[in-house]
Design a protein around this ligand. Structure first.
Ligand code: GAP
Length: 495
C-alpha cells in the first residue's frame, strides 16, 4: 500500500478530507495499469474473440448499459429482496459485524462466552485469556470450542461478550442488511422515485438480450460482454481495494443451448484461467477452485457448476481470495425478467424450428481485484536489499513501457535522448524521460514503477550510434544500435 501511494498507483478516495471507507482512487500509474487490463480483456474477448471448441471464433458483442436502471430490474433479479448479508450489532461498542465473520469461544464450566472476528489472531488470543479468567484456569486452544455466531442458540448468544465489548449479552441476533445503494431519480425525490446503483453489470446485459438479438446478427451460442462500475454497500469493506463499495467488473454473459452448458462451462473456465496467466499471474498464487454444491449461488442451480479463479493475496495467505467467478446461471435471469416484464426473452432457431430460453455461462471478473493481484504478483523485493522493490509487470499491462536517459546533461547526450524519447513516445506512448539525479536513482524509480526497459545515451553514443538498454527483471545491460531501438522495443513488448 505504501508503494502504491508513493508511486501513484492507488490513493485513498477523498484523502484530504479523511477518506471514505471502501472507496479508492487510481493515480497516474494505477489508472493506466487498470486501463491496460480492461483494454486487454475487451481486446481478447470482444475485438478478437477467442477460438471456440469447434475451431471457429466465438461469437461475441459488446454492450455499455446504464448504472441506474428501472428499479424493477433489481426486483426481478432478486437483488432487492435477497441481496443481503446477515449482520450483528453490538449495543455496547456500537460496532457492526458480518454475522458469519464472528466466532464464539466457549469452554466447559464457564457460563460466559467470548466473541472475536475471524482472522483476528490478537482478538482470538484475548478471548482465550478472558475465558480462562472466567473458567479459573489457563486455557489453550485445544480446551475451547469455537463456532460461528449464526450456528448458536439465542441463549448462548445472550452469554457472549462482543469482540469490542466488556459486558455479555450486547450482541443482537443476526439481521439482514441489504447491500444495494439507494438513490432518488428526479427533482421531487420522494420514496416513489427510489432507484439503485447496479450491484453487478450482468443485469444490464439480460435486460438488453432482446435488443441485441433484434439488432445484431448473433446466433446461439453467443456472448454479450461489458465492463463498468458496480456498487455494493459492503458491510465490512477491507483489504485495500479487495472489498470496495465502488468497483469495476468485466462480465460476459454467454448464451447457449441448454444441452451445451457443460461444454461451454468447461471452455470458459479453462480459457479464463489461461487469460489471467497471460496477464502475468504466473505463480502458484493463482488457482482454480470448483465450488461445492452447498456454496452455489441462488441463480447457479443447473448442472454444469461454478468455479472461482482465486489469488493468494498477502492478506488472505495462506487462504485465497476470489478474482473471477465462472457460473452456470441456467436460464434463471432470462426467466425472471420474462416473468416480471412480460416480454418474451427467448431465441428462435430457424434451422431446427425450435424456441429456447438459452442458458447462461457467466465469467465475471473484477477489474480492481485483477489490478490488486497483478500488483501483488509484480511486487518483488530485492533479496539483498528488501527496501528496494522491482514491480515485475508483464509488458502488456505495464503502465510504463520504457524510459530514456541522457547519462549526463551535456556533450550532445540530451539532444539524442530527447530525439529517441519523442520517437518512442509517438509509437508506443508511456515512455518516461528522466534526466534528474544519478543513474542508479533513476533506475530505482523505474524499478518501483515497473518500467521494463531503460535506454541510456552515454558519452559513446554520438560516436558509435548505440545505446545501453537495461532490463528491469535481470538488471542485465546490453548495447543496441540507436536506429534499432524502436523495433527492438516493439518485439519485447509483445512477448
Ligand atoms: N454477476 C455475478 C457477480 O457479480 P460476484 O462474484 O458477486 O458475481 C464478480 O462478483 C466479481 O466482482 C468478483 O469475482 C470480484 O472480482 C468482483 N467483486 C465483487 N464484489 C466486489 C467488491 N466489493 N470489491 C471489489 N471487487 C468485487
Amino acid at each position: 500500500m505504501a508503494l502504491c501511494k508513493r508511486r501513484g498507483f492507488i490513493f485513498q478516495a477523498s484523502e484530504i478530507y479523511g477518506g471514505l471507507n471502501g472507496f479508492w482512487d487510481y493515480g497516474p500509474l494505477g489508472a493506466q495499469l487498470k486501463k491496460n487490463l480492461k483494454d486487454a480483456w475487451w481486446n481478447d474477448m470482444v475485438v478478437h474473440p477467442p477460438t471456440g471448441p469447434d475451431g471457429s471464433d466465438v461469437s461475441m458483442v459488446g454492450l455499455d448499459s446504464c448504472i441506474i436502471q428501472n428499479p424493477r430490474v433489481w426486483v426481478a433479479s432478486g437483488h432487492v429482496g435477497g441481496f443481503n448479508d446477515p449482520m450483528v450489532d453490538c449495543k455496547e461498542s456500537k460496532r457492526r459485524y458480518r454475522a458469519d465473520h464472528v466466532q464464539i469461544m466457549t469452554t466447559e464450566g464457564a457460563d460466559r462466552a467470548y466473541a472475536f472476528v475471524e482472522g483476528d489472531d490478537a482478538g482470538r488470543d484475548k478471548a482465550l485469556k478472558q475465558l480462562g479468567k472466567h473458567a479459573r484456569r489457563t486455557l489453550v486452544l485445544a480446551d475451547v470450542t469455537v463456532a460461528p455466531l449464526p450456528s448458536l442458540s439465542k441463549d448462548c448468544l445472550a452469554t457472549a461478550v462482543g469482540p469490542d465489548a466488556k459486558e455479555p449479552g450486547t450482541l443482537t441476533e443476526p439481521r439482514a442488511f441489504n447491500l444495494m445503494f439507494k438513490t432518488y431519480v428526479g427533482a421531487t425525490a420522494n420514496e416513489d422515485d427510489v432507484a439503485y446503483l447496479r450491484p453487478e453489470t450482468a443485469q444490464g446485459i439480460f435486460v438488453n438480450f432482446k435488443n441485441v438479438l433484434d439488432t445484431s446478427r448473433v446466433k446461439l451460442p453467443f456472448g454479450i460482454a461489458q465492463t463498468g462500475k458496480a456498487f455494493r454497500n459492503e458491510v465490512t469493506p477491507r483489504n485495500f481495494t479487495f472489498r470496495s463499495r465502488e468497483f469495476e467488473q468485466m462480465e460476459i454473459e454467454f448464451f447457449c443451448h441448454p444441452n451445451a452448458t457443460r461444454e461451454w462451462y468447461a471452455y470458459w473456465r479453462d480459457l479464463r484461467v489461461a487469460w489471467w496467466r497471460s496477464m502475468g499471474l504466473l505463480s502458484e498464487n493463482m488457482q482454480l477452485r470448483e465450488h461445492d454444491q452447498d456454496e452455489l449461488a441462488h441463480y447457479a442451480k443447473s448442472g454444469a457448476g461454478t468455479s472461482d479463479i482465486e489469488y493468494r493475496f498477502p492478506f488472505t495467505h495462506p487462504g485465497y481470495g476470489e478474482l473471477e467467478g465462472i457460473a452456470d446461471r441456467s436460464n434463471f435471469d432470462l426467466t425472471q425478467h420474462r416473468e416480471h416484464s412480460k416480454v418474451k426473452l427467448e431465441y428462435f432457431d430457424p434451422e431446427h424450428g425450435e424456441r429456447v430460453v438459452p442458458h447462461v455461462i457467466e465469467p465475471s471478473a473484477g477489474a480492481d481485484r485483477g489490478v490488486l493481484a497483478i500488483l501483488c504478483e509484480a511486487f518483488t523485493p530485492d533479496p539483498t536489499r528488501p527496501s528496494k522493490v522491482y514491480m515485475r509487470f508483464a509488458p502488456r499491462v505495464s503502465p510504463l513501457k520504457a524510459a530514456v536517459y541522457p547519462l549526463v546533461n551535456k556533450d550532445g547526450m540530451p539532444e539524442i535522448a530527447e530525439h529517441l524519447y519523442r520517437e518512442l513516445n509517438r509509437r508506443f506512448g508511456f515512455i518516461e524521460y528522466d534526466a534528474k539525479q544519478s543513474i542508479g536513482k533513476r533506475y530505482a524509480r523505474m524499478d518501483e514503477s515497473g518500467c521494463p526497459f531503460c535506454f541510456t545515451i552515454d558519452g559513446e553514443t554520438p560516436g558509435d550510434q548505440a545505446v545501453t538498454v537495461r532490463h528491469r527483471d535481470t538488471q542485465l545491460q546490453e548495447r543496441i544500435a540507436l536506429d534499432r531501438v524502436s523495433d527492438w522495443l516493439a518485439a519485447e513488448l509483445v512477448r
